[in-house]
Design a binder for this molecule. Structure first.
Ligand SMILES: *Cc1c(COP(=O)(O)O)cnc(C)c1O
Length: 411
């Protein structure tokens, strides 16, 4: 069993140790929920102050040009591209993940005319499933949304399938799907693949072009630390871009938005996937946070994420063996993302008790305790301390207090 001193020694040798001071973490909190809402960076806080005070406050509408607001979807997209194995000009940052899913699923159906099936795994995130359901319903009943177990995906790919939609890291278990293998299987069947990177981007190395992926989306407010409701991103492989006529054909995706023509003409390349005016404040915060992340080596992030998982899982298995926690995440590092999930019948109350003691994870119905590992600001000693609190809550049965059973709106 790892001692606290050994955990501190791991921190002393950590190549990412200096990043922690770039985050504004509240005193007394061990934050294991960066996979739901990343914390505030000093850089984002300062950038927001500057954008509000100077660019908006003083520059007013001139800042669209003078401060480069109009190209932020592309400039930030090109930064995110570095984290996900894409080329410049293949990623833009705009809208939310759900909206981007709609844009790309509808594009995929266009790119595979004659094919009417969307395939996904039944463990995928609900909004991904809902968007696919809404789209197939809107198309009048000729399309099918085929939902199968994750292990049955290869068998579900046939000549009727237009697109396979997969979330690379399962939000419940943390299971990491095989991007290279599944993309190849889909291509062998003549289908495209849309990867959802919400739990991958910034958490582990992603190589979209290495896998020959077609389309991808991802979230700005989880591991990328962009702030609550930060815009999402979308990726379209260069080879597909000019064949897409956007289903949401907005003015920012027009070839000449400021010509104010009555007819839509798509912009060249990835720009046609834009539609609405961007939320400048949110995108500025995300931009500042991404700069912090780009200063780190993503391989160091992955190595430390694995180390934090091993420490957490190992300590729970040894110190909390008698308390009924069941590891739901794959044990093998190569098969999981940057979180650990445990099933426990009293998971909700236990999580509330942890949160009150400053150890913040989250709960996913019906019985999952989820802890995310963000290596830029978490230390090995934090993991040790978090399990120590968990052990105390279980050993003293503190979680049984009635107040912990009251359900909140957001879990
Ligand atoms: C968090 C998450 C989303 C969020 O979608 P929004 O439209 O940004 O609210 C979508 N898909 C997955 C897999 C997620 O983890």
């Amino acid at each position: 069993m790892t001692t606290r001193q050994q955990a501190v020694t791991l921190d002393d040798k950590d190549p990412l140790a200096s990043f922690r001071e770039q985050f504004l973490l509240p005193e007394g909190v061990i934050y294991l929920d960066g996979n739901s809402l990343g914390p505030l960076t000093k850089a984002a806080s300062e950038r927001l102050r500057q954008v509000i005070g100077e660019e908006w406050g003083q520059g007013l509408i001139q800042s669209w040009n003078a401060a480069g607001w109009h190209v932020m979807p592309q400039t930030l997209g090109n930064k995110i591209a570095k984290l996900i194995g894409a080329q410049p000009g293949e990623v833009v940052c705009a809208d939310g993940t759900s909206v981007n899913l709609f844009k790309l699923l509808s594009a995929a159906l266009q790119l595979r005319p004659g094919r009417r099936v969307i395939v996904s795994d039944d463990g995928n995130f609900p909004t991904d499933l809902y968007v696919a359901q809404g789209l197939t319903k809107m198309l009048g009943g000729d399309h099918e949304f085929r939902l199968v177990g994750a292990d049955d995906i290869p068998a579900a790919l046939d000549e009727t399938v237009a697109v396979l939609m997969m979330t690379e890291v399962d939000y419940r278990s943390g299971r990491l799907h095989d991007m290279v293998g599944l993309t190849k299987k889909a291509h062998d069947a003549g289908a495209l693949v849309l990867w959802d990177l919400c739990h991958s981007a910034g958490a582990l190395p992603v190589d979209l072009n290495g896998a020959r992926a077609d389309l991808a989306v991802g979230c700005g407010y989880k591991y990328l630390n962009g702030g609550p409701g930060a815009p999402a991103f979308l990726f379209v492989a260069e080879r597909h871009q000019n064949a897409i006529y956007p289903a949401i054909a907005g003015w920012h995706g027009h070839a000449e938005p400021f010509a104010f023509e009555p007819g839509y003409r798509p912009a060249d390349g990835i720009d046609r996937m834009l539609c609405s005016t961007i939320p400048v404040l949110s995108i500025a915060a995300l931009d500042a946070a991404i700069d912090v992340m780009l200063a780190a080596d993503i391989n160091h992030i992955r190595d430390k994420s694995i180390g934090l998982f091993e420490l957490f899982a190992g300590l729970v298995e040894t110190r909390c063996a008698d308390f009924g926690f069941q590891l739901v995440s794959p044990r093998a590092a190569a098969r999981r993302g940057s979180q650990v999930s445990f099933a426990h019948q009293d998971g909700y109350a236990i999580m509330q008790a942890l949160i009150e003691r400053g150890v913040i994870g989250d709960f996913r119905a019906p019985n999952l305790l989820r802890f995310g590992f963000a290596p830029l600001y978490l230390r090995y000693q934090d993991i040790w301390d978090a399990v120590d609190v968990l052990h105390d809550i279980m050993a003293t049965e503190a979680w049984r207090q009635e107040k912990y059973a009251i359900r909140k709106a957001v879990t």
